[in-house]
Design a binder for this molecule. Structure first.
Ligand code: ACO
Length: 169
């Protein structure tokens, strides 16, 4: 397994992975309109951290296991998680946790972020709590209000990214 971070940059391999991730989101987030998923995934302000299974040998294709699509707001130093999912037959094996750890490491080291915000679906609140997200929002409202989209169907949650902790090894 490999963790990668791609965005819409017209590199064939990256685009194939983004399409694989789109298919996972479309299945796992049935309340999200497919057009909206595609729009954010392909929007160049968004990035996707993915867990992928490289081809076993030769010329096979990379298989996407899951991913998280987010938008970094560099000047505000927070990121908004738009979508997060693991493919059905690979859930509850720890990939969602490892994915979140890679996201935190990437967002801190590459984007310089200190926090994440997300609107969590009700059934995913438990997962986000285990990843260190809280229902209390400690960030000042003027840092994020007007930047992130209001979204009826979920609960706004926040996670502070530790400035030093090695999240991956
Ligand atoms: N509710 C409560 N706890 C959960 C849930 C859940 N829905 N999913 C996982 N957990 C727990 C696991 O039991 C595990 O606990 P443990 O560490 O005590 O054993 C821990 O969270 C981590 O589990 P992982 O195996 O790492 O999680 P997984 O690989 O299954 O990924 C995910 C979690 C992404 C929520 C996955 O189950 C999924 O794709 N679900 C469907 C789509 C979804 O709901 N996505 C989030 C929507 S909100 C959004 O996208 C902003």
């Amino acid at each position: 397994l490999k963790f990668v971070c791609y965005s819409n940059d017209c590199v064939d391999e990256h685009m194939m992975c983004l399409i694989g991730l789109k298919n996972i989101f479309a299945r796992q987030l049935p309340n999200m309109p497919k057009e909206y998923i595609v729009r954010l995934l392909m929007d160049r302000k968004h990035k996707s951290v993915m867990v992928v299974r490289p081809p076993a040998g030769g010329n096979g294709i990379t298989h996407v296991v899951g991913g998280i699509t987010y938008r970094p707001y560099h000047s505000q130093r927070f990121g908004e998680i738009a979508f997060c999912a693991i493919t059905a037959d690979e859930q509850v094996k720890g990939y969602g946790t490892r994915l979140m750890n890679h996201l935190k490491e990437h967002a801190r080291n590459v984007d310089g972020l200190t926090h994440f915000l997300t609107y969590a679906d009700n059934n995913a609140v438990g997962y986000f709590v285990k990843q260190g997200f809280t229902k209390e929002i400690y960030l000042e409202k003027d840092v994020w209000h007007g930047f992130i989209k209001d979204y009826d169907g979920g609960l706004l949650m926040e996670c502070k990214i530790d400035p030093k902790l090695p999240y991956t090894n």
